[in-house]
Design a protein around this ligand. Structure first.
Ligand code: PMP
Ligand code: GLU
Length: 396
């Protein structure tokens, strides 16, 4: 009954684990969730007020399919203010979250068989979206010992005549890596040389703890002309439920993505768009405040993980994820059976410690698990202590 494309589609494991933890809690099971990457903060009041104002004013109708011009202008001003980038509203598309932005892009860009380089570990949706439109995701490994920096030589080695695009996600989900200036420069040069589109997912820009966020599009007109900058209100403004993401890029491609959107969803919620104008254009102090709190949590989460025997975690420079290597636990026995991969470790932690994490396998690395620390300090401490206890009780 179902289309062939569904046979190769994996549903979002990050959302599935969040749902599983929620269902367990509803049954009265005390589970700590380090599953979904979603800020625990409430959306700032000034943004909610803007939504209320929009409703009162009757801004409750269809808008331009690509987003209201006020929001596209606010995005242009944001890109100038924070990234030094010049765009005009015709080069901006507003979508229902960056996930939707990226899917519009896949539909508009890829022919069946076209290849997209996806540095691994990667966010779960990149390969699935490419596959959904008949493209071929090509995972290009990074090295943990080099802090999961993208390796331009490996990208070059993975090129074929079918390569159309490369995905750059810094700060990175799931590793938290912030790519260095040199890394980004090398990727930019490679894209220009080989005529590739750069998909720069900058959704975690505001959560950069070490160094300053740099957009690869700012490396000169040649790079900018072949880059789509993707960003969202979800993380910086704790607006995951409002579903506002955006893209800025070459006008022909942005128009094509908008055309796709016009036939599939039409505009994102008019009310959420007006809230996003306030988010992007209003005072930005709460962004830095939330980022400061995430940083504090990072400083508890990472040493806490490294204190657990068999667990080793690189210090992330951004986002709100820890991506510890748990290969040190493989072979240890739980309920008589050896733990053999990230799915086993995840199942063990959920059952034995009542802690929900996401298996690294879904992000392209079976030696790791992902923990989101977008949750309160007390929860982090309790979760770490439960994990420590459960892991110490494993048989050798
Ligand atoms: N890109 C990355 C790297 C993400 O982790 C996420 C998930 N929040 C998104 C894009 C999509 O976010 P949203 O659809 O909420 O804007
Ligand atoms: N991006 C977040 C995560 O990785 C939210 C879930 C999702 O969109 O997949 O957990």
């Amino acid at each position: 009954m179902l289309a062939d494309r569904i046979k190769v589609l994996a549903p979002s494991p990050t959302l599935a684990i969040q749902a599983q933890a929620k269902a367990m809690r509803a049954q009265g099971i005390d589970v700590i969730s380090f599953g979904a990457g979603e800020p625990d903060f409430d959306t700032p009041e000034r943004i909610k007020e803007a939504a209320v104002r929009a409703m009162r004013k009757g801004q409750t109708k269809y808008t331009e399919a690509s987003g209201i011009v006020e929001l596209r202008e606010a995005v242009c001003r944001k890109l100038k203010r924070d990234n030094g980038l010049d765009y005009v509203p015709a080069e901006v598309l507003i979508s229902c979250g960056a996930k939707h932005t990226l899917y519009n892009l896949a539909v508009a860009l890829l022919n069946p068989g076209d290849e997209v380089l996806v540095p691994a570990p990667y966010w779960v949706s990149y390969p699935e979206q490419v596959k959904l439109v008949g493209g071929v995701p090509v995972a290009v490994p990074t090295e943990e010992a080099r802090g999961f920096q993208v390796d331009p030589d490996r990208l070059t080695a993975a090129l074929t005549p079918r390569t159309r695009a490369v995905v750059i996600n810094s700060p990175n989900n799931p590793t938290g890596a912030v790519f260095s200036h040199d890394t980004l420069r090398a990727v930019a040069d490679l894209a220009v040389k080989h005529d590739l589109l750069v998909v720069s997912d900058e959704c975690y820009e505001a959560l950069t703890y070490e160094g300053r966020h740099v957009s690869i599009a700012s490396f000169g007109p040649e790079v900018k002309a072949r880059t789509v900058v993707v960003n969202t209100c979800s993380k910086a403004y704790a607006m995951t439920g409002w579903r506002i993401g955006y893209a800025a890029g070459p006008p022909t491609l942005i128009k094509a993505m908008g055309d796709v959107q016009s036939q599939v969803t039409s505009n994102p919620s008019s009310i959420a768009q007006w809230a996003a104008v306030e988010a992007l254009a209003g005072p930005q102090d709460e962004v830095a405040k939330m980022a400061g709190e995430f940083d504090q949590r990072r400083r508890v989460m990472i040493p806490g993980l490294n204190a657990i025997p068999g667990v080793k975690c690189v210090t992330p420079g951004g986002a709100f994820y820890a991506f510890p290597n748990v290969a040190g636990l493989f072979g240890r026995r739980w309920q008589g059976k050896p733990l053999q991969g990230s799915a086993d470790v995840t199942a063990f932690l959920l059952e034995a410690a009542r802690v929900a994490v996401v298996p690294g396998l879904d992000f392209g690395s079976d030696a790791h698990i992902r923990l989101s620390y977008a949750t309160g300090l007390a929860t982090i401490q309790e979760g770490l202590s439960r994990m420590d206890q459960a892991i110490r009780s494993l048989s050798p």
